[in-house]
Design a protein around this ligand. Sequence first.
Ligand code: TV7
Ligand code: CA
Ligand code: ZN
Length: 380
Amino acid sequence: KIEFGTDYSPDVSYHFNSKVSEFHYGVRHPMKPFRLMLTDHLVSGYGLHNYMDLYETRAASREELLEFHSKDYIDFLSKVTPDTVSKLPRGSLEKFNIGDDCPIFQGFYDYSVLYAGASLDASRKLLNGQSEIAINWSGGLHHAKKSSPSGFCYVNDIVLSIINLLRFHPRVLYIDIDIHHGDGVQEAFYTTDRVFTVSFHKYNGEFFPGTGNFDELGCSEGKHFALNVPLEDGIDDDSYINLFKGVMDPLITSYKPTVIIQQCGADSLGHDRLGCFNLNIKAHGECVKFIKSFGIPMLVVGGGGYTPRNVSRLWTYETGILSGMILPESLPEDSPFREWFGPDYSLYPTLGDLYENKNSKKFLENVRIRCLERIRYLQG
Ligand code: TV7
Ligand code: CA
Ligand code: ZN
């Protein structure tokens, strides 16, 4: 059923530990780690496990976390539990930004070190040349800061992986297609030219996290090494792909990254519980395929995505693209969670029909031209 595609099938490693999918942020909370279990079942249901090196992930160590996070913060995270959180002195919850978005749920620290360990394992496979592409769908938690959690993210697995890659790579490109701004990663590398960060996101000054305007471009050594592509509600497949390729092609050609890390947040899909774009699964996947076509080593991580059945469809489709396999549209028959995917049982149901596209042709053309003008600075 599953066939080799016509493009290159690279050495791909897949990093997962089913324990990460067993944690719960809380009943009403939109982040559902269970979506990772759905994804893993679809990936294996299609037989994709046979075309990748599979690694069961280990926990990141305290020393590894301290490469980016502060000692104070990691001490706090590793000690606080749902039982002790209520007994903390006044002010300490505010100090560490604990609240509804980032609750102290049972085992949240074990969850955090597991998704970070997976990204670190993946970056190690790229460093030692055992993989050309390494995938960790449980990672991509791009909002976490040095000393605070933010937007459902406790530790920043992306920043930790980039720090690891910088040991041997002169230039790292970070690409973020989650609907939210990749603020934590941008901030961590805002003053260096060795990491170029680019994020496509909804921006109106209010939508979380509120940053990511076009004028944020990096500073000192890092000036012109951050790019933000602010978008309005309802962007459709053709507009997004056209803009993405139109910006990323000259960017990669000019910056010449030696390794790429792509965050594939699924909340930019249509029908997402938190998002408001109109992307279909094939269009999101086209962005991944396009970056793969440059043949540069890639670390691929997940991120947001709040309609679990579509998150798992997307990341399965993208696992197929990355491993060079073509998947039949009809979902595997014998999957244990098949009832989640009705009534269509399709890998790519129509998702792009919900919102009015508020991005006019003129607006998008203007965004593209302004991005190109920025990229021209790279050539000096
Ligand atoms: C990478 N949006 C993370 C995206 C993080 C978005 C937010 C919620 C939300 C939280 C809940 C909840 C929610 C229906 C949605 C200003 C606030 C408003 C908390 C209720 N329902 C990623 C973070 C964003 C928590 N936060 O990029 C518990 O929506 O807008 C905000 C901040 C203050 C806090 N309140 C929301 O995709 C992984 N939160 C229900 C229960
Ligand atoms: Ca983004
Ligand atoms: Zn998001």
